[in-house]
Design a protein around this ligand. Structure first.
Ligand code: FPP
Length: 233
């Protein structure tokens, strides 16, 4: 199962406590640790987290710097823990605009956790689904020799990456908004969507279990009819 999460609400969590927005992100990083552990225990195969979007560069420079510093620090401090818990970390998104320090932390974490077999943790940094689709289309067009089937196959390969062979099954967004915000648009073609008002720093294992039990009650049809409908024909 592939679960993807838009971790929204850090800023509001901080504002409600009279704290700077960056304090919300620090608390959000603690929630990431909780949810990664809960996801591994819940037998989720792939968890993709939206940590920094291409549009986030438009935030005040101080917040951008604090967020990227926090991501680097979290990667460095969590690498050992992830390796021990067999969590394989892979970062998706653009790499051409990240600082050498952050790139080194990403590469180190990916290398040290490469053997992880329990959970594929994908962290989206400087990520835009539209950019990713455009890259896939460019590469697909170059490699497919004009064959539509090969082109679509290549789009799947590039968009899902080597680690998530299937599309997203369940997309969770915390923080009360109901939108996709340029996250995994290709992979979410048949995803079930789950929105909660809970702000990301407050999201915990119980919240994840609630989302999973809501998902378990959904009937997924992938554009077809339910099996029982055959009998009615
Ligand atoms: C959205 O909340 C959250 C982000 C843009 C950043 C998400 C980053 C983290 C949770 C930090 C650590 C991540 C990892 C992977 C260690 P917002 O700031 O838009 O909140 P608001 O809507 O209340 O303003």
């Amino acid at each position: 199962m592939h679960v993807a999460i838009i971790m929204d609400g850090n800023g509001r969590w901080a504002a409600r406590r009279g704290l700077p927005r960056t304090a919300g992100h620090v608390q959000g990083a603690k929630a990431v640790r909780r949810i990664v552990e809960a996801a591994a225990l819940a037998d989720i195969a792939t968890l993709t987290l939206y940590a920094f979007s291409c549009d986030n560069w438009g935030r005040p420079p101080g917040e951008v710097a604090a967020l990227l510093r926090l991501l680097r620090r979290s990667l460095l401090t969590e690498t050992g823990h992830c390796a021990e818990s067999l969590v394989r970390v892979n970062v998706i998104g653009r790499r051409d605009r990240l600082s050498p320090d952050l790139l080194r932390a990403i590469e180190h974490c990916e290398r040290m956790t490469a053997e992880g077999s329990r959970l594929n943790l994908r962290i989206a940094i400087d990520y835009s689904a539209r950019h990713s689709i455009l890259q896939a289309a460019r590469s697909g067009l170059a490699g497919a020799g004009g064959e539509e089937r090969q082109f679509l196959q290549r789009m799947d390969e590039v968009n899902h990456s080597a680690l998530a062979t299937e599309g997203v099954d369940l997309l969770i967004r915390t923080g009360g908004e109901k939108r996709l915000s340029d996250f995994l648009l290709w992979e979410c073609a048949y995803a079930e969507l789950y929105f909660t008002d809970c702000l990301w720093p407050d999201f915990d294992a119980d919240g994840l279990h609630q989302a999973l039990s809501d998902y378990a009650r959904r009937q997924r049809r992938f554009g077809r009819v339910p099996e029982t409908a055959d009998a009615a024909l």
